[in-house]
Design a protein around this ligand. Structure first.
Ligand code: BDR
Ligand code: CA
Length: 317
């Protein structure tokens, strides 16, 4: 039996973020996680949109009082790069949007993270960052002691064996805030990375989309519509069999690690060269002799992961 984990998602919704957040609400309803909060960051779209979208998604899950904290509106050092061409102008193409009832908490995400992790028991909270790592890097830089409260940081970002999806060298989340990614990776916290190497193996194929659409609930159909609109970009650009479920991979790996495999490695992120900005250097063969700082995931049982996603969405309205 999986231990019930205490989970905070840091996110920039984003269509696949929406799938991840809905999955987490469903996992909470299944009694598998204690879903504590959403912290929000600018990334796929501006912070205004990502924060609004996070609240809308909680409304969809029937969680109209869920704690949502807005955080950084731009990366640590670089100008914000967004991805409207993938996720649409609002970040949630494919769904009907409304004025959210779920409120925004009156505290910034960074002090919320610092406070919560400081008060937590040792190694008790799992963070799932599924956007640029700005909030997490800020929290760790301001209060390095909070690493004590972290059980694991299970994050979606980076690439090594697979080409970049925003530049030839880099994955979107690490490209948008490479300095933050490097701070988090060197923080000493236990880290699991879900890079493109594995997320491109977990696609939302047509049969999988049909499973969601045929579920007897609004959120199944809604998510199928969102993912349908999202897959267009990836199937055309990368020749994949469907849109990659990047962000749900992080949630699934936090809760069902037995479905994923990889290797503990030394990982560094490029922050100097414009040509390879945000690219990862993964010491897969231990050439540097430096100790590993992350578990780098390369494989997933995609059918089993999708079943967990569908079972979780089924719990929602
Ligand atoms: C990552 O970038 C974003 O567009 C997705 O939401 C995901 O977090 C994939 O590179
Ligand atoms: Ca994301």
């Amino acid at each position: 039996m999986n231990e019930k984990i205490r989970l905070i998602i840091d996110t920039d919704p984003g269509q696949d973020d929406a799938a991840a957040i809905l999955m987490a609400h469903g996992l909470a309803k299944r009694g598998l996680i204690d879903f504590m909060a959403l912290t929000v960051v600018a990334g796929n779209v501006s912070l205004h949109h990502t924060a609004t979208n996070a609240r809308i998604i909680c409304d969809w899950a029937g969680e109209t009082g869920f704690p949502v904290y807005a955080g950084a509106g731009k990366p640590l050092l670089r100008p914000l790069v967004t991805a409207e061409e993938v996720h649409g102008k609002t970040g949630l193409d494919g769904a009907e949007l409304h004025d959210p009832q779920c409120p925004l908490q009156p505290v910034h995400a960074v002090p919320y993270l610092i406070d919560t992790l400081r008060k937590a028991e040792e190694a008790s909270i799992t963070l799932c960052p599924i956007g640029p790592l700005t909030n997490i890097a800020q929290a760790i830089s301001l209060a390095p002691d909070i690493v004590r409260g972290i059980k694991n940081i299970v994050l979606m970002g980076g690439n090594y064996f697979e080409a970049g999806n925003v530049t030839p060298a880099a994955e979107f989340n690490f490209y948008v805030d490479p300095h933050a990614a490097q701070i988090v990776l060197q923080s000493g916290a236990p880290i699991t990375v879900l890079p493109l190497d594995v997320t491109h193996k977990a696609c939302i194929t047509t049969p999988r989309m049909d499973v969601l659409r045929k579920q007897n609930n609004t959120n199944g159909k809604r998510l199928a519509n969102i993912l349908q609109s999202y897959e267009r970009f990836d199937t055309q650009k990368f020749g994949l069999e469907g849109g990659p479920l990047h962000d749900p991979c992080a949630i699934a790996c936090a809760v069902f690690p037995e479905l994923f495999s990889g290797k503990s490695c030394r990982v560094d992120v490029e922050t100097q060269s414009e040509l390879t900005m945000g690219a990862c250097v993964v010491d897969w063969w231990g050439s540097t002799g430096k100790p590993a700082n992350a578990y780098w995931v390369t494989d997933v049982d995609a059918d089993a992961m999708f079943r967990e996603l569908a079972d979780s969405i089924r719990e929602l309205p």
